[in-house]
Design a protein around this ligand. Structure first.
Ligand code: 5GP
Ligand code: MN
Length: 350
């Protein structure tokens, strides 16, 4: 057992494939999902820093532009965006001897970057916490019970004996991932081990107050105004059911000078209502209508997202997409969520 973290989820043997891949590589490209969040960026930028501390060359390639709300994260400026800097990213991927796929389980989550990854015979490693990975990798580290990919990564690094390479910058990014994916340890964090892990992170120098300020109190005025508009004018309940809906059209988003990340956290707010169990945010994006779902208790929004919107995710946080007019996406949600909810109530005899 590693004395640094007694209750970690990995035995030294379980971490061996990870340790071997890391020891062998020289040039690494780390990738995460579209519309990166704190866990996607925390895990990739955290591992990048650890690899650099080990004397390796490591770069994070994101499929699309990472939201600027995470610009405070250490290493953010080093991100290479596949959509915007494809030539540079292709060169990095062509020269890499290891590609790490973090915080996603399906190449559908990385847009055209997925096709590039599949075209290469470079060894791949997956580190993730989503259910049922469909992506294939030479080293598969999938922990669906973990709260965050950053939790998996931190435990792995300790079990692999790489503790001395985790500096303050790396651990701060990993802590940020745990905090984003658990809403500041409020949901998806019932496992007591997460608190031992957080204690170990703080012991290593994370400035908790700073990270919480950056994650939870870092909005712009236009973001708060958009939130006010969305809650005041666009928040509806679906008939008599405990199901909420907010939809924002392209025109409405433009009125608030919207940029990616501006609606982050908005989908959670309807769940603050006592008897709302499911919340849905529908956003008209240039390429599709983006669907975001959140739930309380054991209502499986990931199943619903997969069934009607070609998506997936976690039990209480999932997403998907709709290809067509936003009004049709709203109609489809209103029609199908009631049916799904009623069937689920019967199935679970509630
Ligand atoms: P969000 O609503 O914040 O975009 O996504 C919440 C969670 O749902 C993400 O962490 C991710 O696991 C999942 N998710 C979001 N969009 C998609 C999607 O289009 N496909 C799949 N498979 N999962 C998604
Ligand atoms: Mn995550």
């Amino acid at each position: 057992m590693n004395p640094d973290c007694p209750n970690m989820a990995f035995s030294d043997e379980m971490a061996t494939p990870f340790a071997e891949a890391v020891n062998k590589c020289h040039k690494v490209v780390l990738t995460c999902h579209v519309n990166a969040d704190g866990d996607a960026l925390g895990s990739t930028l955290g591992l990048r820093k650890v690899l650099i501390n080990m004397g390796k060359d490591a770069t994070v390639v994101t499929p699309d532009l990472a939201p600027t709300s995470y610009a405070w994260m250490m290493g953010f400026k080093s991100l290479v965006c596949y959509e915007r800097q494809q030539e540079e990213a292709d060169k990095l991927l062509d020269e890499a001897d290891l590609i790490v796929m973090m915080d996603y389980n399906d190449l559908g989550r990385v847009k055209t970057l997925g096709e590039k990854i599949m075209s290469l015979s470079t060894p791949r490693m997956l580190i993730d916490h989503h259910l049922d990975p469909v992506v294939q990798a030479d080293v598969m580290i999938s922990r669906p019970h973990a709260s965050a990919t950053c939790q998996v990564l931190f435990n792995l690094l300790l079990a692999a004996g790489f503790s001395q390479f985790i500096d303050e910058e790396a651990v701060t990014n990993m802590y940020a991932g745990v905090i984003t994916d658990t809403g500041g340890l409020s949901y998806n964090s019932s496992d007591p081990d997460i608190y031992i892990l957080v204690a170990e992170m703080l012991r290593r120098g994370v400035d908790k107050a700073y990270v919480h300020e950056k994650i939870f109190n870092n909005k712009s005025v236009k973001q708060v105004k958009l939130q006010g508009f969305a809650l005041g004018r666009k928040f509806h309940r679906v008939e008599k059911y405990p199901l909420a809906l907010i939809s924002l059209s392209k025109e409405e988003l433009e009125r608030f000078n919207y940029t990616t990340g501006d609606t982050e956290g908005l989908v959670n707010i309807p769940l603050q209502v006592r008897d709302i169990k499911v919340s849905c945010l529908i956003l008209e994006r240039p390429d599709c209508v983006k669907m975001s779902f959140r739930s309380k208790g054991d209502f499986p929004v990931n199943e619903y997202a997969a069934k009607y919107f070609g998506g997936g995710g976690h039990l209480n946080a999932a997403g998907g997409a709709f290809h067509g007019p936003i009004d049709d996406a709203v109609d489809l949600y209103q029609k199908t969520i009631v049916d799904f909810y009623v069937r689920w109530m019967k199935r679970t005899a509630k």
